[in-house]
Design a binder for this molecule. Structure first.
Ligand code: TMP
Length: 227
């Protein structure tokens, strides 16, 4: 949950490759804008230009020699710039921030799959985020084979699949299990949704959770509530 000085709401989307989180995050942003909310839609790794440059390094399929420690620090470097330059200022202004991936990805990918200890991730992540936590997180869950097949079918042939998507099926299974474990440990924050359901049905479920959250936090719609 956010410190009291923050008026905005921080929503994150998570899941394995091809789970449909980006589609859902965009649909939510559109719907909230229609409802007269000010929204910042962003992603990790990425967001501000420095973080986008780090994303290019992280996902570059040629960098097969990247060590898992280099990898985790690059994700954190991207996150700290993103959090300080974009996310915190937006939250302070009362904007709803929707982020396609945030720190749960690090626990699932670098923790569960690459086997960096959760204790080490906790330590560096706290520095990168300054202790910021999402108000709510949606994990779209589905079998790895289905997610990876979706990635293959939608890939831009001129680019090919990225460095992480190229990992073997066992790796992606560990990521999936990692997410389910995180969700079990934080039932109040993390909502697991069936990523195999129709896009419209998943969207409706997300809207119910978000409407409840906005009501609970007495969030005022309207674009002029910035401080
Ligand atoms: P995506 O934004 O297209 O999902 O690609 C981002 C990739 O980076 C995806 O494979 C997940 C991975 N990732 C991590 O391994 N750790 C992280 O902390 C984050 C944010 C992403």
């Amino acid at each position: 949950m956010l410190p009291k000085t923050m008026n905005g709401i921080f929503i994150t989307f998570e899941g394995i490759e091809g789970c449909g989180k980006t589609t859902q995050a965009k649909l939510l942003a559109e719907e909230l804008r229609i409802q007269d909310c000010k929204v910042l839609f962003t992603r990790e790794p990425g967001g501000p230009r420095i973080s986008e440059k780090i994303r290019d390094i992280l996902l570059n399929k040629e960098f097969t020699e990247m060590h898992r420690l280099t990898e985790v620090f690059l994700y954190m470097a991207s996150r700290s710039q993103h959090t300080i330059e974009w996310i915190l200022p937006a939250l302070k202004k009362g904007i709803i921030v929707i982020c396609d991936r945030y720190y749960d990805s690090t626990y699932a990918y670098q923790g569960a799959a690459r086997e960096i200890s959760y204790k080490d991730i906790d330590f560096i992540n706290k520095i990168a985020t300054g202790g910021l936590k999402p108000d709510i997180t949606f994990v779209l869950d589905l079998p790895v084979e289905i997610g990876l097949a979706r990635v293959q079918n939608t890939v831009d042939p001129s680019k090919g699949i990225d460095r992480l998507e190229r990992e073997n099926i066992k790796f992606h299974q560990k990521v999936r299990e990692g997410y389910l474990e995180l969700a079990k440990a934080e039932k109040d924050r993390i909502i697991v949704l069936d990523g195999q359901e129709k896009v419209e049905i998943i969207h409706r479920k997300i809207m119910i959770h978000i409407s409840n959250l906005l009501n609970k936090l007495k969030f005022k719609r309207g674009k002029n509530h910035e401080k």
